[in-house]
Design a protein around this ligand. Structure first.
Ligand code: ADP
Ligand code: MG
Length: 261
């Protein structure tokens, strides 16, 4: 069974430490949610796992399928079965959603077999249609130019569809701004719920407790000041919705004898 294992991860930006020893393991068949107030390093975690060059790993390790994640290029991470949302955030006028997805599928196939001639178009169309049916997406969406004038919800739709055709083993979704847009939240939640199963592990990073009204995580983690300071089951999300983060912060400050951020 595949798992993503984060051990004592420390990450700095411009010499300032943002992640200060983060531990987390996500396995196939599990949904994890990381929540926490703004500025605690949630997106830093997502960008670091993506390999964004601005984020320097100063200590700790991340393992995926027995490989050191930081020794792999972004495309190698993807081919191994790790999916990171926002890998292609830019608009690509002239490239349709379908063409983009076929290129991604073919890249994956060539990684397995360099001689691969690519997925036959009829086979690809059938598979794409099946996935779009599963996700209740309109067929016309596949013919749109990728991210060209997309709404927040449509960007999420493209992202979830990419996840559906690539069939990753572990998917990481950072829902940075999507809480502002209820349509986008629903797309992500419905997508995760439709695609989830024993072969998929999901890590949802979110500031918005609302998202967890639609996705039911098995594990909920609270992040504060660059670390996970509290973990629990789905009831932890409900508790946070009712009581906010202050009690976690107080508990953390008592534990450390110093103020958290
Ligand atoms: P969150 O996603 O939990 O809101 P972030 O990971 O975005 O938190 O930010 C954590 C801290 O790192 C913040 O203090 C933020 O200002 C800082 N930070 C994030 N990205 C950068 C960056 N590219 N350059 C400088 N500082 C950054
Ligand atoms: Mg963020």
């Amino acid at each position: 069974m595949s798992q993503l294992e984060i051990k004592n991860l420390h990450v700095s930006i411009d010499g300032r430490e943002i992640l200060k020893g983060l531990d987390l393991t996500v396995k196939q068949g599990e949904i994890h949610a990381i929540m926490g107030p703004n500025g605690t390093g949630k997106s830093t975690l997502a960008y670091t796992l993506m390999g964004h060059p601005a984020y320097t790993v100063t200590e700790g390790e991340v393992w995926f399928k027995g490989q050191n994640l930081f020794e792999l290029e972004a495309d190698e991470r993807s081919r191994l079965g790790l999916f990171l949302a926002f890998q292609y955030p830019v608009a690509i006028p002239g490239v349709t959603v379908a063409n983009f997805l076929r290129t991604a599928v073919n890249a994956r196939r060539r990684a397995v077999n360099p001689e691969d001639k690519g997925i036959p178009i009829p086979e690809f169309r059938k598979m794409l249609q099946e996935q779009m049916n599963l996700l209740k997406m309109e067929s016309s969406f596949a013919g749109r130019y990728l991210n060209d004038g997309f709404s927040g919800g449509e960007k999420k739709r493209a992202e979830i569809l990419q996840m559906a055709v690539l069939k990753p083993e572990i998917a990481i979704l950072d829902e940075t701004d999507s809480g502002l847009d209820i349509d986008a939240l629903r797309v992500v939640a419905d997508g995760v719920n439709a695609l989830f199963g024993p072969d998929l592990g999901v890590l949802v990073i979110t500031h918005y407790q609302r998202l967890l009204n639609y996705i039911k995580p098995h594990f909920v983690h609270v992040m504060l000041d660059g670390r996970i300071v509290e973990s629990g089951g789905p009831d932890l999300a409900l508790h946070l919705e009712e009581h906010g983060y202050d009690w976690v912060r107080e508990k953390y400050e008592e534990m450390n004898g110093q103020p958290g951020r």
